[in-house]
Design a protein around this ligand. Structure first.
Ligand SMILES: Nc1ncnc2c1ncn2[C@@H]1O[C@H](COP(=O)(O)OP(=O)(O)OP(=O)(O)O)[C@@H](O)[C@H]1O
Length: 357
């Protein structure tokens, strides 16, 4: 078992039990309240307005992007804007085509079906979904072997909202059946400040501009993390101070939770430290690096690395992981002098011909 428990990290972008309860209270209810993602918001708004204008059910929508950026929230907004009910399920929950048939056959006209992690659905269910999306029909197979018969079942028009963190993993026939795909981007710090001010208002927390900016800067471009950090800072402000959140209080609180000013947590820093101090900045193989920090390779690869790569602190190369100049700077360490074969004159020699030619 890995000693790193993602759910105890304040910057984990997956939702824990407490998150889910508070998230429900903090979710924007309509497109006007939804902060950022201007392009997706405008495109989606057109799709929904047009459908309302035609009194029709909107096209199926695919939302792609990393966890915690608002895909579930947007699916609920789609239902609210269409004044339609919503059914929520996820790919891993649909292991058999029959599971999907049961859900589809109980949908009402215009209902929104939100299918989270759609890339993790089983193959037979996926194939049933093709027909349901295109023709609003499924074939329910009754019996087994040569005696099996397919009973066609008409479905009412519905809108499928699929969410995926990996749009590239969706088979093209599935991807092509969505009328609109929205790519969710990480949020800019100013947008996260707005998310934090809005959540603080709803949670009845007093926070000043600098306090919100401090939290936003450590939130990894992700509203879910911003909301979670706000709650940890609120605890600290209430227990140790008078409840108001300022820059100093936010910084002190997040120091307690080991979230640094760039949003790195304990594991991120351990990986960087090992890379710099034990391996001189790399290159080093993933498994060696993982052993050095006492973690599973998957934890390092899936939990720490995506953010470190995005921040330009670590690079994955065919020879192994290497630290960038920004990593040395972030940890306040001095890189060792470059070995002779990478020194400038050698590189000039190497590229001399091409440059002249
Ligand atoms: N644009 C936004 N404005 C305000 N709050 C937001 C916004 N996007 C997300 N949030 C908040 O962030 C939290 C996480 O959002 P949500 O659950 O929709 O993310 P998600 O992309 O579906 O994540 P996952 O894929 O992990 O389920 C919610 O509490 C929601 O209120």
């Amino acid at each position: 078992m890995s000693p790193y428990d993602e759910t105890t990290s304040a910057v984990s972008s997956s939702a824990d039990g407490e998150d889910r309860a508070v998230e429900a209270a903090l979710r924007p209810k309509d497109l006007g309240e939804f902060i950022g993602q201007e392009r997706v918001r405008e495109q989606l708004s057109l799709v929904l307005q047009a459908a309302r204008h035609r009194a029709a059910t909107p096209d199926h929508v695919l939302l792609s992007g990393p966890p915690g950026l608002g895909k579930t929230t947007l699916s609920m907004i789609i239902a609210a804007e269409m004044n339609a009910p919503i059914r929520i399920t996820s790919g891993p929950a649909i292991q058999h085509a029959g599971d999907l048939a049961a859900i589809l056959s109980s949908l009402t006209e215009g209902e929104v079906l939100f299918l989270d992690e759609i890339h993790r659905m089983s193959r037979p269910a996926e194939e049933m979904l093709y027909m349901a999306m295109e023709d609003f029909r499924v074939d329910v197979i009754v019996g087994k072997g040569p005696g099996a018969t397919a009973i066609p079942l008409e479905l009412p028009p519905f809108t499928l909202v699929g969410a995926t963190t990996r749009a590239g993993l969706l088979p093209p026939p599935l991807r092509d059946r969505f009328g609109f795909t929205g790519h969710m981007e990480f949020y800019a710090p100013v947008e996260l400040e707005r998310v934090i001010h809005r959540s603080a208002r709803l949670l009845d927390v007093r926070i000043d501009t600098a306090g919100a900016a401090e939290i936003a800067g450590r939130s990894r471009g992700t509203p879910r993390i911003a909301n979670r950090l706000l709650r940890r800072v609120r605890d600290f402000a209430q227990v140790r101070h008078d409840g108001e959140v300022t820059r100093e209080i936010a910084a002190a609180a997040l120091g307690v939770y080991e979230v640094d000013e760039r949003g790195l947590d304990r594991l991120d820093r351990a990986v960087l430290q090992a890379l710099l101090k034990l391996f001189g900045g790399g290159p080093v193989g993933l498994s060696t690096l993982a052993v050095a920090v006492g973690e599973e390779s998957e934890t390092v690869e899936e939990v720490a690395e995506p953010f470190l790569v995005r921040e330009g602190l670590l690079a994955r190369t065919p020879r192994g992981r290497i630290a960038t100049a920004a990593a040395w700077q972030h940890l306040g360490l001095t890189p060792p002098p470059a070995p002779p074969h990478t020194s400038l004159p050698a590189q000039q020699d190497l590229f001399g011909d091409a440059a002249e030619g």
